[in-house]
Write a protein that binds this ligand. Structure first.
Ligand code: GLV
Ligand code: MN
Ligand code: MN
Length: 411
């Protein structure tokens, strides 16, 4: 018998319709968490969920869960996020949410009644670009961060998370932590170059690398750029440059999966003829190996002390996010791998370089992920692209993985 398949053009229609909200030059989106644009995206997804007869719950940190109440017991869940970075693509997160809806519509039309409910989560602030940490909604969902602490987090542009949730009408009543689903599987674009380079269509994701986010503030002394001799300067920009270079060199020296990024630098007062008074910069450090990640953090901390002494500036460091590497459940990985090969795809087992909501759900239930190729390895970039054929292939694997999970008992 021909295997049940999702409707690829309906999936693409939803992806393109969501991308019409908050488009930016170059074909991507800017839908930072809990902005008016995020609200517009949420409203559209909730309308689609209601059209599918799904029960909607909004929790206290704004996570949306749409459930198709068939069968009995705890649901098999999929989902992702629809917030983006400031220069995001159309697919990061959105694909996973909309493929979840497509799975449900396909099953409803086929007349198949799964033995468990199926749920699709839209998690708040996965990107962490406006409110750190990243994966904030799913972290609170699983009890990894208290609701009170989450609501008090400040955005990079000032407002409190709880106030923004109220403002956009997504401060719901469902308490967190929520009950664990039966299992969780997230479909996502790879966001890196490996599948394309290897000529492989699908990634069966084995886990997510550890992540350390810190904010470094460097306070020097503001002074005249023309009159202040070099030996008398306390210049925080010089220190920022040294730290950025140290991170870059450290990642190359460690090799393997080590990556380091300085993605945000704010200079004050940011004027051509003023030695700066203060720099605030972010340090994003990741590795699949927790001990190497700790070693990198230690080296960076000592370098900051050394360079601050040398340049006579004052530094302070604030942790924005710290998550250890996560290993997914082998049983769920095997189910993903089985369906991917069974449907004629080439498959590679691989860890994820990016953070994902699945890494939080893995704390409470058997979890894994499915990756599809990213053209030229581009993501967090408006040019992010995955072909419709690959998107369809990934969604078909999601469909059959979710169905198998409804009838899999985990001891
Ligand atoms: C989230 O997208 C992250 O990995 O930074
Ligand atoms: Mn994502
Ligand atoms: Mn992202």
């Amino acid at each position: 018998m021909e295997k049940l398949k999702i409707n690829g053009s309906r999936l693409m229609d939803r992806i393109m319709s969501l991308a019409e909200i908050s488009p930016i030059e170059g074909g991507g989106n800017c839908r930072l968490a809990l902005t008016d644009d995020d609200k517009a995206g949420r409203d559209l997804v909730v309308t689609w969920m209601k059209d599918l007869g799904m029960e909607i719950s909004i929790d206290v940190v704004g996570n949306i869960v749409g459930t198709w109440n068939v069968g009995s017991g705890s649901p098999v869940m999929t989902g992702s996020h629809i917030d983006t970075v400031r220069t995001g693509g159309k697919y990061d997160g959105n694909y996973g949410v909309l493929a979840g809806l497509e799975v449900i519509e396909t099953l409803q039309q086929s007349g198949i009644k799964p033995s468990r409910p199926l749920a699709v989560g839209v998690f708040t602030d996965e990107e962490g670009a406006r409110f750190a940490p990243d994966m904030l909604g799913s972290l609170v969902y699983v009890g990894g961060l208290s609701v009170e602490d989450a609501l008090d987090i400040r955005a990079i542009d000032g407002p409190r998370l709880g106030d923004e949730l109220n403002r956009i009408g997504y401060a719901g009543n469902t308490p967190c932590p929520q009950q664990a689903p039966h299992a969780f599987v997230e479909l996502h674009i790879e966001q890196g170059p490996l599948l394309e380079a290897n000529g492989i269509r699908i990634g069966a994701v084995t886990g997510v690398q550890g992540i350390s986010w810190q904010e470094l503030t460097i306070t020097g002394q503001s002074n005249h750029a023309g009159t202040t001799p070099m030996r008398l300067r306390k210049d925080p920009v010089v220190v920022a440059a040294e730290v950025a270079k140290f991170l870059h060199d450290l990642a190359i020296r460690y090799g393997g999966d080590q990556v380091c990024t300085v993605g945000k630098i704010d200079v004050h007062p940011n004027l051509i003829n003023v030695v700066a008074a203060k720099v605030t910069m972010t340090l994003d450090v990741r590795n699949t190996d927790e001990s190497l990640l700790q070693a990198a953090e230690k080296e960076i901390a000592s370098f900051i002390v050394e360079i601050a002494n040398r340049e006579k500036v004052i530094t302070s460091v604030r942790t924005l996010a710290r998550f250890e590497p996560v290993k997914f459940d082998q049983r769920v990985i095997d189910i993903v791998h089985h369906h991917a090969t069974d449907q004629g795809n080439s498959v590679q087992m691989m860890p994820s370089g990016a953070g994902h909501d699945a890494q939080m759900l893995a704390r409470v239930c058997p979890t894994a992920m499915i990756f599809t190729q990213s053209k030229d390895g581009l993501s967090h970039n408006p040019a992010e692209y995955t072909s419709p054929e690959d998107l369809e292939a990934g969604a078909n694997i999601l469909l059959h993985t979710m169905l198998t999970l409804t009838s899999t008992e985990f001891a």
